[in-house]
Write a protein that binds this ligand. Sequence first.
Ligand code: FVH
Length: 275
Amino acid sequence: MNTQHERISILGLGAMGHALASALLEAGREVTVWNRTPGKAGELVARGARDALSVEEAIEAGDLTVACLLDDASVRDTLAPVARQLTDETIVNLTSGSVRQARELAGWLKESGARFLAGGIMAVPPTVGTEGAFILYSGARDVFDRIAPVLGPIGLPHWAGEDPGFAALYDMAALSGMYGMGAGADHAVALVHAEGGNVETFKREVLRPWMEQMLAITVDGADVSESVPDEYNPAMQATGLENILSASGEAGVPADLAGHLRASLWRMRRAVAAG
Ligand code: FVH
């Protein structure tokens, strides 16, 4: 089938689902959208999207259906009632989740007779469809080969392997790297703040250029082994790390990067609880 003429249905019009639909419309694709809470499709409909009244209608309207919902449970909630309609349908799940969830969903959809691809979106809503955005996919290679050009406008398709859990694996691992970087940055500004420095100036003039300079070296140096290559000069690195711990102790800032991750989680949970 001609890529341009494949009809795409999007389940979920949160910030990300909306951005996906928008990028596909922009590229001239035929798009149908569905959202649990009605009334979110207005601008997309004005640009040519069809607003489905039910999940059944959305799946029926598309040659392939993309789910972009909150979590694995919401995907199950949405697809379980229409399980019998899924035979021979192509479902691409771009909802974030764990490796196990992706494998289990793949198994369940296979039993339902659907063709399935799991995905992970390496973009945020404003960067969907822009240079640098890419989408991880894993599952059946023939499904990937078919849908990659169709969904190309949302981000560069990246094949992560036949195991349906691998898109989630790479997604979660990459997010861990990102949040770890964030935890390091949180710790850095906490130190500067505790010692009376100007956080904004520090971020702009020191932290950002330094992290940009060190990004490739940090990623290339990531390792699971206990050994340290000689060229890393372990004695110098050990002194450097001791200096950070001393500076943290003097400033009264816990040098516990996992603690910064937990603090971020609690900050998000408090925001959710506050509505
Ligand atoms: N936004 C981002 O920056 C990240 C970037 C990387 C990928 N993530 C993942 O994308 C999924 C969707 O994220 P989102 O930003 O669109 O999330 P929300 O704006 O909160 O929208 C959530 C949608 O899910 C629907 N929904 C929630 N629960 C259910 C349910 N039980 N049954 C059916 N639909 C459900 C919700 O519908 P409604 O509340 O409007 O009725 C929204 O459409 C996510 O996995 C990210 O991790 C985004």
